[in-house]
Design a protein around this ligand. Sequence first.
Ligand SMILES: C[S@@+](CC[C@H](N)C(=O)[O-])C[C@H]1O[C@@H](n2cnc3c(N)ncnc32)[C@H](O)[C@@H]1O
Length: 244
Amino acid sequence: MAGFGDPAFYGDRWADVYDEHHGWLDPAAAVEFLAGLAGDGRALELAIGTGRVALPLAGRGIAVEGVDASEAMVARLRAKPGGDSLPVVIGDMAEVPVSGPFRLVYLIFNTLFGLLTQARQAECFTNVARVLGPDGMFVIECFVPDLARFDRGQRIRAREVTEDSATIEVSRHDAVLQRINTQIVTLDGQGMHLRPVALRYAWPAELDLMAQAAGLRLAERHGDWDRRPFDSLSANHISVYQRD
Ligand SMILES: C[S@@+](CC[C@H](N)C(=O)[O-])C[C@H]1O[C@@H](n2cnc3c(N)ncnc32)[C@H](O)[C@@H]1O
């Protein structure tokens, strides 16, 4: 598999700047939420990345393990304090290439949408169900699709302009495939830098059906990690699935 279809593609293209680009995200509320669900059980982060959430969660005494397709992202995790001691398998999150049972499996920051077909996303739900213990929970964090962001299938946005650089986000949207391809383009004194992202989005109802097909049911849905109510104005959702 090459390009967007390669599970390691996103991580390999982002690893060197991932933490710098996402430094504005505070993991505290997510860590609090996930720690409460994991309790004294095993926790698994699918697409663990550079450990943005897994490391502070492990710092709370939770037994966290991970899966990620990108050696480059995991190398960043390993270089951080505590990063060497987390068990991480390099592999495809759709396959969930680990043995359970887990009390908690989580896949956050819209990363389920990094699986680019409905079949791959459904496969992920099925394999998560395989490794969940009887009281296990699967937590996802996803955005609610907002098609008003696109004008005739495209969107261009100036993300940041400084004295020495401009960062522009350029996207194409395919409503049939539920697919968004984006390049985050930085122009600076060193030239042009491309950071690609491809997503296959799904509305919450479709995700619930995938869960149902995997033998899971929706137990909770919140508008954010602080458990604000989820409603028609929510831009994101935190959904918790349990075994049927
Ligand atoms: C947006 S980052 C999220 C990282 C981390 N979960 C966080 O919240 O900061 C996406 C991560 O998903 C990983 N990834 C993407 N597709 C994957 C796949 N099919 N299997 C495993 N990991 C994948 C990337 O390597 C990257 O580390």
